[in-house]
Ligand binder design. Structure first.
Ligand SMILES: *Cc1c(COP(=O)(O)O)cnc(C)c1O
Length: 376
């Protein structure tokens, strides 16, 4: 057994992902939720998140919400859309777009769906066609990086155009915020959702909604759920100096604060994007050299996660997964409905050296176990 086998495996998954030792160590201390230091830390975290979104606190606020990312999406949709006289358009090109449709169904929110193939991006033209046919639409929701495939939807062209028409916009930027530059002010987005365990590189435990204050302040009384009332959550943070409503994941918040400091030390979002992009390019090109085919075109590929088609029809993903796991890497099964695929994440505490090591293992596996011819 070499050293690699003594270390816990590296997560090449889109969250939870591999975090630093310092992030994990920040969880070794217990904290009370009423404590002034904890409340001040919560306020600092909220402030930093708005800064990462390149926005001013005069216009935007960060609301933390207990639970995984989906709790944040459900809180945002359930709070943004009024109970009467509103219709939500959801553009979906993957599993997370579909999840927003399910949320609208659960909450009995009138909605229209724009279905887009999983390997295609959502376009402004397609959205505008639906709007023309459905003048009743008041709200719009889309996923930024559809983690199903790793495709990046062009929110920079879609969201400002809809905002200009007075449509309230919601973006699920769960797997992209912190890993890809996002400018809230330029987007004019009303609600943008992410979570503690994606590109900020914290551990799971809470979701984050970056909300335009002007819009949020008009959302009082909309929520269909007490616990997921984003407006009430916001009011509690604001009126009680950073006190969360209900018990909060204290350890996770301390770990997240450490992750924010590390993002800053790394050089901020643009430097992190560059690292992820380097990982993604190395991985994608290395896999293509081995004969693995991409699920989506590289022109729409995000730096976050990359999908590959099975190299042969009777490919045993489980055996491949176990081979890599035994040698220090956890990869991810596919989620695309129309073809058999698997995914490898490029985010978290992962370096180019790690990707090189992974590619060496996949080369050996492809040649020796799959007995496929590999280039060079
Ligand atoms: C991770 C993720 C979510 C949230 O999933 P949870 O399992 O609730 O954390 C939502 N949308 C996207 C695009 C994601 O990548």
């Amino acid at each position: 057994m070499d050293d690699q086998q003594h270390k816990p495996p590296l997560l090449l998954t889109p969250g939870p992902l591999t975090t630093s030792s310092a992030v994990k160590e920040a969880m070794l201390v217990d904290h009370g939720t009423w404590d002034d230091d904890y409340k001040a830390l919560t306020q600092w975290v909220r402030h930093e998140l708005v800064t990462i979104g390149n926005a001013s606190e005069a216009d935007y606020t960060a609301i933390l919400m207990q639970g995984s990312g989906s709790f944040g999406v459900e809180a945002a949709i359930g709070t943004a859309v009024p109970k009467k006289g509103a219709t939500l358009l959801i553009a979906a090109n993957g599993a997370y777009g579909d999840r927003m449709i399910e949320i609208a169904e659960y909450l009995a929110i009138p909605h229209v769906v724009l279905p887009v193939p999983e390997d295609q991006v959502v376009t402004l033209t397609a959205v505008e066609e639906v709007l023309a046919a459905h003048p009743e639409i008041t709200h719009f929701a889309v996923v930024h990086c559809e983690t199903t495939t790793g495709i990046l939807n062009p929110i920079e062209s879609i969201i400002p155009a809809l905002a200009a028409k007075g449509i309230i916009t919601l973006v699920d930027a769960m797997s992209s915020f912190g890993g890809v530059p996002i400018d809230l002010e330029q987007l004019h987005v009303d609600y943008l959702i992410t979570s503690s365990n994606k590109c900020i590189q914290g551990v799971p435990g809470f979701s984050i909604v970056l909300a335009k204050k002007h819009t949020l302040l008009k959302a009082k009384g909309n929520a269909r759920s007490l616990a997921l009332d984003l407006y009430a959550q916001y009011q509690t943070f604001e009126n009680h100096d950073g006190k969360w409503r209900f018990t909060s994941p204290t350890h996770v918040v301390y770990a997240f604060a450490e992750a924010l400091r590390e993002l800053d030390q790394e050089g901020g979002v643009s430097v992190r994007t560059h690292r992820y992009q380097t990982n993604e390019t190395l991985l994608r090109e290395g896999m293509q050299d081995l004969g693995y085919e991409l699920v989506i075109d590289k022109s729409v590929q995000s730096p976050i996660i990359t999908s590959f088609k099975f190299p042969m029809t009777d490919f045993d993903f489980r055996a491949f997964y176990d081979y890599l796991k035994d040698r220090g890497f956890i990869i991810y099964p596919g989620k695309v409905s129309k073809c058999d695929s698997f995914r490898i994440g490029n985010i978290g505490e992962v370096s180019a050296e790690d990707i090189h090591h992974l590619l060496d293992l996949i080369t050996t596996y492809t040649k020796e176990t799959l007995q496929l011819p590999v280039g060079n």
